[in-house]
Design a protein around this ligand. Structure first.
Ligand SMILES: *[C@@H]1O[C@H](CO)[C@@H](O)[C@H](O)[C@H]1NC(C)=O
Ligand SMILES: *[C@@H]1O[C@H](CO)[C@@H](O)[C@H](O)[C@H]1NC(C)=O
Ligand SMILES: *[C@@H]1O[C@H](CO)[C@@H](O)[C@H](O)[C@H]1NC(C)=O
Length: 267
C-alpha cells in the first residue's frame, strides 16, 4: 500500500516535471541552426512561420499606406491590475492577472493580457530600424482572435513605463544569473495609465505573431508616435536573456500585396 502511494507520488512528480520541462523549453532561436528561417521546420504547429503568406513583421512603406476614414480611434481605459514581470526566455514581458481593459475593433472586444518588448524593433518605418518595440497583446474572450498595439522606440529620454519597474528588471536579471531562466517577479498592482494616452495616428494591417507558431489573422495597430527609452533601459530589456535572444527581432516578411490603413485623429 505504502509502496503504491510512493509510486503514485513518484508518477505525479515525474508528470509534473515533464509538463514543466515542456512548458519551459523554447527550441527556436534568433541565431544558429534554429534561427528564423528554420522556425517552420521545428514543429508541425510552426508551419505558418515558413509557408504563411501574411506574416509579420513588415516594413511600413509609405507607398503602401492608404487613408481609411472608417477606422475608429483606439480608445482605451486600462485599469491598474495585479501583474508579473516574466522572463519568456525569448523576450521580457508583463503578464496581467485580472482585467486591465479592452479595445474595440469591428465590434469585438479585445482584452489586454500581456505586453512584451523586442530589441531591436521588428517593424520598420519606411526602411528605418528603431531601437526597440513594445507589443500590447489583446485577445478576445475565447482567446481565438489577437489584436496587438505596437509602439516603436528611439533612444532618448527614459520610458516612464519601464522606469516604474526598473528595479524589477534588475531582479529578473539576477534570477537569470543564478540559473532561474524563466523567473517571474511580482509587480503588485501595476498601473499602465501611462499607455492610456490618446493615439492620434496608427497604421493597421493584418499579419501574424512574430514568434512561433507565427499564427496569422493578427490585427496589428502600429502607433504613429515613436516612444523613447534610455540606453540603460535598452540594456535592461536584454539583460535577463540568453545570447541567442539578445537580438530578438524576426527579419522582415514580404507584404504580398497587403496595405496599411491609416487612422488620423480629427476633432
Ligand atoms: C519545438 O517545440 C515545439 C513546441 O513546444 C514542439 O512541438 C516541437 O516538437 C519542438 N521541436 C523540436 C525539434 O524539438
Ligand atoms: C498578485 O499575483 C501574484 C502572483 O500570481 C499573487 O501571488 C498575489 O496573491 C496576487 N495579489 C493580489 C492582490 O491579487
Ligand atoms: C464590449 O465591452 C463593452 C464594455 O465593457 C460592453 O458594453 C459591450 O457589450 C462589449 N461588446 C461585446 C460585443 O461583447
Amino acid at each position: 500500500m505504502a509502496l503504491q502511494i510512493y509510486f503514485s507520488i513518484l508518477f505525479i512528480a515525474t508528470l509534473a516535471l515533464c509538463t514543466s520541462a515542456n512548458y519551459n523549453s523554447v527550441n527556436f532561436s534568433y541565431i544558429g541552426p534554429n534561427g528564423p528561417e528554420k522556425w517552420g521546420t521545428l514543429s508541425p504547429s510552426f508551419a505558418a512561420c515558413s509557408n504563411g503568406k501574411a506574416q509579420s513583421p513588415v516594413d511600413l512603406v509609405m507607398t503602401d499606406i492608404v487613408m481609411n476614414q472608417e477606422l475608429k480611434s483606439l480608445d482605451r481605459n486600462y485599469l491598474p491590475t495585479n501583474a508579473t514581470l516574466v522572463n519568456n526566455q525569448f523576450n521580457i514581458g508583463v503578464h496581467f492577472e485580472g482585467k486591465v481593459g479592452d479595445i474595440n475593433i469591428n465590434g469585438m472586444n479585445y482584452s489586454l493580457r500581456q505586453l512584451h518588448w523586442h530589441a531591436p524593433a521588428e517593424h520598420r518605418a519606411h526602411g528605418r530600424l528603431h531601437e526597440a518595440e513594445l507589443h500590447l497583446v489583446h485577445l478576445t474572450e475565447d482567446n481565438n482572435n489577437i489584436a496587438v498595439i505596437a509602439a516603436l522606440y528611439n533612444l532618448g529620454d527614459p520610458d516612464p513605463l519601464i522606469s516604474k519597474i526598473e528595479d524589477k528588471f534588475y531582479e529578473l536579471a539576477n534570477e537569470n544569473r543564478v540559473g532561474n531562466k524563466d523567473a517571474k517577479i511580482a509587480l503588485g498592482t501595476f498601473d499602465v495609465e501611462e499607455i492610456n494616452k490618446r493615439i492620434h495616428r496608427y497604421y493597421r494591417y493584418i499579419g501574424s505573431l512574430t514568434t512561433p507558431p507565427c499564427k496569422e489573422g493578427v490585427i496589428w495597430n502600429i502607433i504613429g508616435k515613436v516612444r523613447t527609452l534610455s540606453k540603460e533601459q535598452l540594456k535592461l530589456l536584454k539583460a535577463p536573456l540568453g545570447p541567442e535572444f539578445q537580438h530578438n527581432a524576426r527579419p522582415l516578411q514580404p507584404l504580398n500585396g497587403r496595405k496599411f490603413e491609416m487612422y488620423n485623429y480629427h476633432k
